[in-house]
Design a protein around this ligand. Structure first.
Ligand SMILES: NC(=O)c1ccc[n+]([C@@H]2O[C@H](COP(=O)([O-])OP(=O)(O)OC[C@H]3O[C@@H](n4cnc5c(N)ncnc54)[C@H](O)[C@@H]3O)[C@@H](O)[C@H]2O)c1
Length: 396
């Protein structure tokens, strides 16, 4: 890198960006946020308070990418990712891009091609790969604990769905395409990672079954109205009590998809946005056993393995306690930002992968199309071999 201290810019400094910016701003450890771009003046004022009055601020990302920077973090709404990522990469800057990589497969391929052309380091924020329970499952599967993987089922209880996804832009297809893309991008990526292949055939069913029927909806002003974890009213249940949801809601709140992976593994993923509880449960079945997580990093989280023939045996044959973490992503966020900063400095291999990020978008987009066309079975277009090779060899 050109300097010993990394100079970091941010596009989208509120919401997810607030946390990422604070984690990346480590002046004592060689990285500093020096430029912030956001539409919201209150967010810009908060950035100055966090990072100092001398930082560059703007509401126009095209101004930010012209600054003297080493890396940029993009955490804007999904529909902006493609255009902003291309602008960053064209400057040859390293990029941390939030998931989902883009709204379309073509958008992802354009981002990948731009990173390759400009030899820029591209990193996509699939932080679940840094969650302790996922890593434990991956390590056990890779060590042969369940034999050869044949199937994976994920049940995703998105209990806070109303607060997180139906109050603002997330609820509109034009900004997210679907929640099988916006939310499930994480889980499709984890299914691919645990099972060692990418979806090549998918189908899906689902519908908008509840949130569009609630009264008291509000127009989308463009200003985030999403309720944060700290603001959430947990007594607001059942979800029919919710008010103040986004004026336009046209994404599904209940869906499930099936996938056949490149290596023959069959996977299913099911998502509901109004369960009482908020967590995800994966089970992977192999030729010699089954593995499953209970909890996502909260106190009491365990991973269990069954590898002896039995009837109901709730605790499995072996149980692994998972370290707990205070943040809601199970301690993954400091780890993913640290990995990104290391990658900006040194390059090399990372636990997240831009190709895998593209493949999760490809599967999520195909599943959405299937869901909106009666559950037809669709092929998922693979990444072009030259692009896949370049990134799999470490990229820039
Ligand atoms: N990896 C994770 O666990 C995780 C968690 C939450 C969100 N995300 C991702 O982060 C992204 C942001 O999500 P969020 O929930 O923080 O959204 P948000 O709406 O809360 O925040 C988006 C921020 O971008 C700003 N913004 C909007 N349009 C802009 C523009 N044109 N130029 C500059 N700034 C603009 C907004 O003012 C806001 O500060 C999404 O892509 C989402 O998928 C990832």
């Amino acid at each position: 890198m050109k300097k010993s201290e990394l100079r970091i810019g941010q596009i989208g400094s509120g919401g997810r960006g607030e946390l990422l910016g604070r984690l990346a701003h480590q002046p004592k450890h060689g990285s500093r946020v020096v430029a912030c771009c956001d539409h919201n003046p209150k967010t810009i004022a908060r950035c100055r308070a966090d990072f100092g009055d001398t930082i560059f601020t703007t509401a126009d990302y095209r101004e930010l990418v012209k600054q003297d920077l080493d890396a940029v973090i993009i955490a804007t709404p999904d529909f902006l990712h493609e255009e902003q990522a291309v602008a960053v990469l064209e400057q040859g800057l390293a990029l941390y891009l939030e998931k989902p990589m883009a709204l379309t497969v073509e958008g992802c391929d354009r981002i990948l091609a731009t990173a390759k052309k400009h030899k820029a380091r591209l990193y996509v924020g699939h932080n679940m790969r840094h969650m302790a329970f996922v890593r434990k499952m991956k390590a056990l599967i890779d060590a042969g604990a369940i034999g050869e993987v044949k199937a994976c089922w994920c049940r995703h209880f998105v209990g806070h769905g109303g607060d997180f996804y139906f109050r603002d832009w997330h609820a509109e297809r034009r900004y997210t395409n679907s929640l099988l893309l916006q939310k499930a991008a994480h889980d499709i990526d984890i299914i691919h990672w645990l099972c060692g292949g990418y979806s090549r055939t998918v189908n899906a069913l689902g519908a908008l079954t509840l949130y569009d029927q609630l009264p008291g909806r509000k127009p989308n002003t463009g200003t985030p109205r999403k309720v944060t974890v700290d603001e959430m009213d947990l007594t607001l249940f059942p979800p029919t009590k919710m008010r103040g949801l986004n004026h336009r809601i046209d994404v599904e709140d209940l869906s499930s998809m099936q996938m056949k992976l490149s290596n023959g593994v069959f996977a299913t993923y099911a998502q509901c946005h109004y369960t009482p509880d908020y967590w995800r449960n994966y089970t992977v079945i192999g030729t010699e056993g089954r593995i499953e997580n209970f909890g996502n990093g909260e106190p009491g989280t365990v991973v269990r393995v069954w590898n002896q023939r039995t009837n109901f045996k709730p605790k499995g044959d072996v149980e692994y306690k998972i370290r707990t973490a205070r943040d809601m992503h199970g301690g993954a966020d400091p780890l993913i930002v640290a990995e990104f900063l290391r990658y900006v400095r040194e390059g090399g291999r990372t636990d997240t992968s831009p190709i895998a990020a593209r493949e999760s978008v490809a599967a999520g987009c195909a599943a959405t199309e299937s869901l909106r066309h009666g559950g037809v079975v669709l092929k998922v277009p693979p990444t072009k071999a030259a692009l896949a090779r370049w990134f799999e060899n470490g990229g820039a």
